[in-house]
Design a protein around this ligand. Structure first.
Ligand code: HMG
Ligand code: MG
Length: 297
């Protein structure tokens, strides 16, 4: 069985980093990820540069992306869509949440307002970009940094609204990495009662070290698309306490050892994030990356 990995390192991994990374270094990072076998790569965000300065170069980055990847970018509103369309983005990701407190802090809108904005974005995108792909994120699907435990019924409600708007898939976000496998199992069962597995991706952060166990829980129920970030970089600037994403290195190791095919070369992947880690002054922390690098010494 094949599993889809959506590499979010260049976007989720970098958005929270204060040290400005030059556009060319981002392009080199993305090229190395592609060369390691990752095909779906969330490359940047067309959000307000005041809110996320690190990704202010989205429009400059886009034309420099190496051929061969399926690149996507976050789009929060009509202005972001216009910027994205002007450089030829054909895969966009809209993002809202299952907690109003979070959407307010993250995009300065309520959930309802965000869905209203997305309706217009979808219409413009579909008419301007035939064959385009749209992902809809549902953040804080388990816990919200501002409002605590989130009801699964709210996740189902927001997911239904996004799918009714015509998004091609939803990505269920454990934004602050607080979920346990039991909670993932419970929510996944509810999601699968409503939507086909092919429409659902899971997006785990690894704050408490439960991300791989959460992947396993979702996999057993039939989910086959997972988001992760090379070296486990990441976090949301508007979600205090959110540590890095599940490391792609750990995810690839786990999936391959479970007999699933990822198409990713673990050794090339371990190397791919080293220059960015160096620029950020961060040590290698992902366990599978550490082990891979040690095995090559
Ligand atoms: P706002 O301040 O309410 O927006 O922000 P506004 O419409 O009032 O505009 C304010 C200024 O921003 C204006 O400029 C606009 O032109 C400009 P000024 O007149 O002051 O010079 N502006 C823009 N500029 C460029 N691109 C745009 C854009 N929009 C407005 N798209 C807004 C509202 C949505 C823009 C803002 O809140 C925002 O950009 N938020 C993004 C925050 C973000 O990126 N968060 C991280 C991603 S979500 C995440 O990490 C979770 C995820 O990983 C899943 C998970 O883990 O759960 C996906
Ligand atoms: Mg995230």
């Amino acid at each position: 069985m094949n599993v889809r990995i959506v590499e979010v390192g260049p976007r989720d991994g970098l958005q929270n980093e204060r040290t400005p990374i030059p556009t060319e270094a981002k392009v080199a990072f993305i090229a190395a990820l592609l060369n390691a076998g990752l095909k779906e790569i969330e490359a940047t965000s067309f959000v307000s540069p005041k809110w996320v300065p690190q990704l202010a170069d989205a429009a400059e980055l886009w034309p420099l992306l190496p051929p061969g990847g399926l690149y996507s970018a976050l789009v929060p509103n009509g202005k972001g869509l216009d910027r994205a369309i002007s450089v030829g983005v054909s895969r966009i990701a809209l993002f809202t949440a299952a907690s109003d407190a979070f959407t307010q802090k993250n995009i300065n809108m309520s959930i309802t307002e965000s869905l209203g904005a997305f309706r217009e974005v979808m219409e413009t995108f579909r008419s301007s970009t035939p064959g385009g792909f749209v992902r809809g994120y549902v953040s804080t699907a388990f816990q919200c940094p501002y409002a605590g435990i989130v009801e699964p019924s709210e996740v189902i409600r927001v997911s239904s609204k996004l799918l009714a708007l015509g998004v091609d898939e939803i990505s269920i976000g454990d934004t602050i990495g607080a979920a346990s496998p039991r909670e993932v199992r419970d929510l996944t069962r509810l999601l699968l009662e409503e939507f086909p597995a092919e429409k659902i991706a899971m997006h785990f952060h690894d704050t408490h070290g439960t991300a791989i166990a959460n992947v396993d829980a979702a996999l057993e129920l039939g989910i086959t698309a997972f988001d992760s970030s090379a070296a486990g970089l990441g976090g949301c600037p508007y979600a205090p306490g959110a540590a890095g994403n599940l490391a792609t290195d750990d995810l690839v190791y786990f999936l391959e050892r479970q007999g699933l095919k990822t198409g990713v070369d673990q050794a090339k992947l371990a190397q791919a994030s080293l220059p960015i880690l160096k620029s950020l002054g961060r040590p290698v922390q992902a366990k599978a990356q550490l082990a891979e690098l040690a095995s090559g010494e």
